[in-house]
Design a protein around this ligand. Structure first.
Ligand code: PBG
Length: 325
């Protein structure tokens, strides 16, 4: 048989396959989400996220040192707020001595070069479990944005390198940028969750922080998963308003959106390989139905191939170990 072109030539050995690989993962790609709780020397495995933990601050700083040692360079902080500190204003979110603020300081103290990014949204602080202030069953946009600005400034004061608004209120990036400028935080970046969809895949995360909405759902602020053009509108507006990095979330059911966003904007694009995506791989692996290590690398590579420059993932540590094996 005479063939002018044999595509299998470039696939015949590991050496040639790696030489022509279009996408490669490195530790520089990953952002590590961390769940932080009050207490000392305490760690709790999250039931729906096997082998992922909520840790007290002392153990968190230890973990951050280990992450830095593995070559991971950024963490994204989430805290679990005590029930008695939750209310409908979210004011614990900008308490100078709140768990988030103490965590930022302790982590920057322990590993100054580690990039510290912080989640900015009211849900862990809200007695209603919503990302915003609630009035008569409605999530109020403008009041919430004011709260998010205070929250962002207090994270910046504590030493955060990036604030990451994950709330999906209108106008928050612009307002946060203005707040940071007015308070002289000219080096603090904004990684905006620009295209964040109302997704069932956030379930395990809400278990981790006990932050499930107390009534209704998040569909009046998070996006409808049926929409694509809306993601571009949201993302372009965030860039215009001053986002340094934009994000698509979730990742796996939204690879098309990641690609479109990547082709549309001139800022780094991140994607969040979220809790439900983690849980699905863990569950199938536990049943013996898929090979966990292979699934991790295939999944993360697909997110990067789709166009993500950065990936927030609970698999960061596993991936780095697998990559260096
Ligand atoms: C809250 C927030 C959520 C996640 C990150 N920030 C949950 C939500 O919007 O309900 C989800 C992360 C994950 O599922 O891994 N603003």
């Amino acid at each position: 048989m005479y063939l002018q072109k044999r595509n299998r030539i470039l696939r015949q050995s590991p050496a040639i396959r790696s030489l022509v690989a279009e996408t490669t993962l490195t530790p520089n790609d990953f952002i590590v989400p961390l769940f932080i709780d009050e207490g000392k020397n305490a760690e709790t495995e999250i039931a729906s996220m096997p082998n992922y933990y909520r840790r007290s601050l002392d153990l968190t700083t230890k973990e951050v040192k280990a992450l830095w040692g593995l070559g991971l360079k950024s963490v994204l902080l989430f805290i679990k707020c005590k029930e008695e500190q939750k209310d409908n204003t979210g004011k614990e979110a900008w308490n100078k001595n709140g768990l988030m603020q103490r965590s930022i300081r302790a982590i920057k103290d322990a590993v100054p070069e580690m990039l510290v990014m912080t989640d900015v949204a009211l849900d862990p602080y809200s007695s209603f479990g919503h990302d915003g202030i609630v009035r008569d069953g409605e999530i109020m946009n403008d009041e919430t944005v004011e709260a998010l600005v205070q929250m962002s400034i207090s994270h910046a004061e504590a030493g955060a390198d990036f604030v990451a608004p994950s709330d999906m209120m209108d106008g928050r990036v612009c307002a946060i940028r203005k707040g940071l400028e007015e308070n002289n935080f000219t080096k603090v970046g904004i990684m905006s969750y620009s295209a964040k969809y109302a997704s069932c895949f956030y379930g395990p995360f809400r278990n981790a922080l006990d932050s499930a909405p107390g009534f209704g759902d998040k569909k009046t602020y998070q996006m409808n998963y049926a929409n694509r053009i809306e993601a571009l509108k949201e993302t372009l507006m965030d860039v215009e308003e001053g986002a340094d990095i934009v994000m698509v979330k979730p990742a796996l059911a939204y690879l098309d959106i990641i690609r479109e966003v990547k082709n549309t904007v001139q800022v780094p694009v991140s994607a969040y390989n979220i809790s439900g995506e983690y849980a699905m791989i863990k569950a199938a692996a536990k049943m013996g139905w898929i090979d966990e290590d292979k699934a991790i690398l295939e999944t993360l590579t697909s997110i990067k191939r789709a166009g993500a420059d950065l990936i927030a993932t609970y698999f960061a540590k596993d991936a780095v170990k697998l990559l260096s094996a």
